[in-house]
Design a protein around this ligand. Structure first.
Ligand code: ACO
Length: 333
């Protein structure tokens, strides 16, 4: 009885304190002030950011695989150097993003374990194969183009470390988009065979790229809350439409045909209307049944296992340094 009496006011106080902190948090977000790692934040805000940032990090890392596959087969030294730099950039993006996620209290090891254990998602787009060199052009043009459309608004995300990481990521993605588009320009001005290869790549990548933006708004579980918290600035459908509007004229410049017979410019809305997306395909890819899900996860698990000795060596070095510093401090004292 005594304990209960003692606890009751304490829990009420905590509740009031949390309500006060929550009101201050909401006011900061409303006033466009950044939330930083040491600031109080609601548990759900921390959770959804950790989810989104870690999925984003995993996507960058898994995203190295379809393109890495072409480094040795790039047609010229210039193309090889550009692709190599691009794939390295994607690795760097993954590292900034894991670091941003760590500021929310989850370690990189935990996050990587979630990926390797099949508990964490990564972008659906990286479960499709790169069958020809034109796919490298299409990935740069379309996949990185879609990534930029989605990520530029993230530079204004309410969480400081994520927003700041996105600035550099977007600059690099912009280079990636241009290198892809340049490949597409070269192929579409090349021989009939090269042009056909570019068209085939567009045909295969177009619809999966539209899926990258996530489910339609009515089915987006996190969309409304993330928009209220200014993590997302545009809905999935809004970004998808912006991407279609930006990309159709680029395809026309290439002289390629969009694989969508229902694509039409709507004078009333001043947007391109497009055909229905196959959301069953998206659900299948997310459930692990895309064309390359197994290969991607097998490659990541192998890379993780092969890198175990590097992590062990780095840990042993860090432990040794710490022990040496402690011994030096003891002598100095
Ligand atoms: N691939 C895999 N999963 C997806 C995808 C996709 N393309 N789109 C949505 N999902 C998942 C969501 O993660 C969520 O699953 P969860 O609850 O298990 O986390 C579920 O589908 C429902 O989607 P939403 O409620 O709409 O999710 P959210 O509000 O987080 O929006 C989005 C999804 C737009 C992908 C958002 O998380 C985002 O902007 N992420 C950052 C960008 C990013 O990760 N890009 C990946 C590509 S990076 C690159 O191209 C190099």
């Amino acid at each position: 009885m005594y304990t209960q009496a003692l606890n009751a006011p304490q829990s009420d106080e905590r509740h009031l304190e949390d309500a006060d902190k929550s009101a201050r948090f909401e006011a900061r977000v409303a006033n466009e002030q950044r939330i930083e790692p040491n600031d109080w934040m609601p548990a759900a805000y921390r959770k959804t950011l950790t989810r989104q940032i870690s999925q984003h990090a995993h996507s960058e890392i898994v995203g190295m695989l379809p393109e890495g596959n072409w480094i040795t087969r790039a047609p010229t030294l210039r193309r090889k150097a550009a692709l190599l730099a691009k794939v390295q950039d994607e690795c760097g993006h993954g590292l900034y993003l894991y670091a941003a996620a760590e500021t929310l209290g989850s370690s990189r090891e935990e996050l990587v374990d979630q990926l390797l254990g099949g508990k964490a998602k990564y972008s659906s787009i990286f479960n499709y194969p790169t069958l020809t060199w034109a796919d490298i052009g299409a990935i740069g043009w379309l996949v990185d183009g879609a990534a930029i459309m989605n990520q530029i608004p993230l530079c204004r995300c309410s969480y400081g470390p994520y927003a700041r990481a996105m600035i550099r990521v977007c600059k690099e993605e912009s280079f990636h988009q241009r290198q892809g588009y340049e490949i597409m320009v070269t192929l579409s001005r090349g021989t009939d065979e090269q042009k056909a290869m570019a068209q085939d790549a567009l045909n295969r990548w177009w619809w999966p790229c539209l899926m990258m933006f996530g489910p339609p708004d009515q089915q987006s579980q996190h969309g409304n809350q993330s928009t209220r918290w200014k993590i997302k600035r545009f809905s999935n459908d809004e970004l998808r439409q912006k991407f279609v509007d930006a990309t159709v004229p680029q395809a026309r410049y290439l002289g390629l045909t969009m694989p969508d017979p229902e694509l039409r410019f709507n004078d009333a809305t001043q947007h391109w209307d497009f055909g229905a997306i196959d959301w069953q395909e998206f659900a299948d890819v997310l459930a692990g049944f895309g064309p390359c899900n197994r290969d991607r996860m097998a490659a990541r698990r192998k890379a993780h296992d092969d890198g175990a000795w590097v992590r062990e060596a780095a840990q042993a070095y860090a432990d040794k340094e710490r022990a040496r510093r402690a011994a030096d401090n003891a002598v100095a004292a």
